[in-house]
Design a protein around this ligand. Sequence first.
Ligand SMILES: Nc1ncnc2c1ncn2[C@@H]1O[C@H](COP(=O)(O)OP(=O)(O)O)[C@@H](O)[C@H]1O
Ligand SMILES: [Mg+2]
Length: 367
Amino acid sequence: MMLATVGLSKYFPIRGTLIGRMMLKAVDDVSIKIQENRIVGLVGESGSGKSTLGRALLRLLEPTSGDVLFNIPDEELAIYERAQAANDTAKLHEIREKYSLLRKSTAEMRRLRREMNIVFQDPYSSLNPRMRLVDVISEPMLSTGFCTRDEADERVFDLLRDVGLPRFFEDRYPHELSGGQRQRVAIARAISTYPKLLILDEPTSALDVSVQAQILNLLRGLRDKYGISMLLITHNVAVVAYLAAKVYVMYAGKIMEWGDRDKVLRDHHAAHRMSIPSEVSGGVRDLRVDRGGSRGRPGVPPPRKVLRHVWRGGECSPGSGANDRHRGSRRCGENPRARRPRERRRPQPEGDRVDRTEERRSRRTAL
Ligand SMILES: Nc1ncnc2c1ncn2[C@@H]1O[C@H](COP(=O)(O)OP(=O)(O)O)[C@@H](O)[C@H]1O
Ligand SMILES: [Mg+2]
């Protein structure tokens, strides 16, 4: 098994409460397995704990409890599970010492980082804007001691080719690239040390629909070429359906469903637990429902207000949507506190008036 978590949890203290009293259970007792050379999907609505889990797997966030066993042979994992059932602490300790990422020292983790990497959702913020692409891509090779600078420079050409970018891109800066090209660079960087495991956190969510399929095909090609195991984190069931063989469905920090893709995606329970009526999404269930930062409870639908934002402008996230409209409407040099007189609307001539009721209704059903 490439990676197995056992009862992994990550809690965050909730600010404003007495220290240690209230904890947000972002990931709660999660056990997942990722086989060698497989793409495993992790779906769930926004805020369900997917990114926290992805980061905890690589110890980019220190888990609160549980275990992460990396590159453990299946027989040893079976022994571990038996020892757990029998409460055989000596055996558990022995296996943990060998395979648990949480037992590794900083130096060991640095070396192990060659074997695992992560691609983040937003290629605009995940690449350092001051670095040329050659430096961006070779950074993991140098920081983990994978090779020398000269070797890294040489390898950048191969990596650019692997992700479908021309050689001369090595001298460019991230701002000179499109979103899709940036994500290709992020992928080149992530695979630069021949990792065995790649965590992909919403790798296509920030991209145009037309580019999304190209990136997904690229990932599939890299899996076939290098035999990389991947955990594909997404809110988009269509993305998982396209690439993953096995799927975990996460909700409110816990794994609610898991199994073969076809079984899980056909299963109506998942849709009900996500509180999304299947007719709204027309068969393909897009789990992107923002609860405005609040934690959802199974079976409780999100507030209507939040859903309205989702209908109107895609995602409802800080810095986009409704707030931006207010920000944009303020004129330069104007006192923001002063109230502007409301513009009087001129009555439209009868012929020009458009009945928008139908349009609004169809937009709602489309989402
Ligand atoms: N560093 C953090 N500190 C406190 N709370 C966090 C932190 N990171 C994530 N959370 C909270 O954990 C929950 C899960 O977040 P996240 O893992 O980002 O969800 P997802 O990736 O599924 O959208 C959210 O309620 C979020 O507010
Ligand atoms: Mg996330």
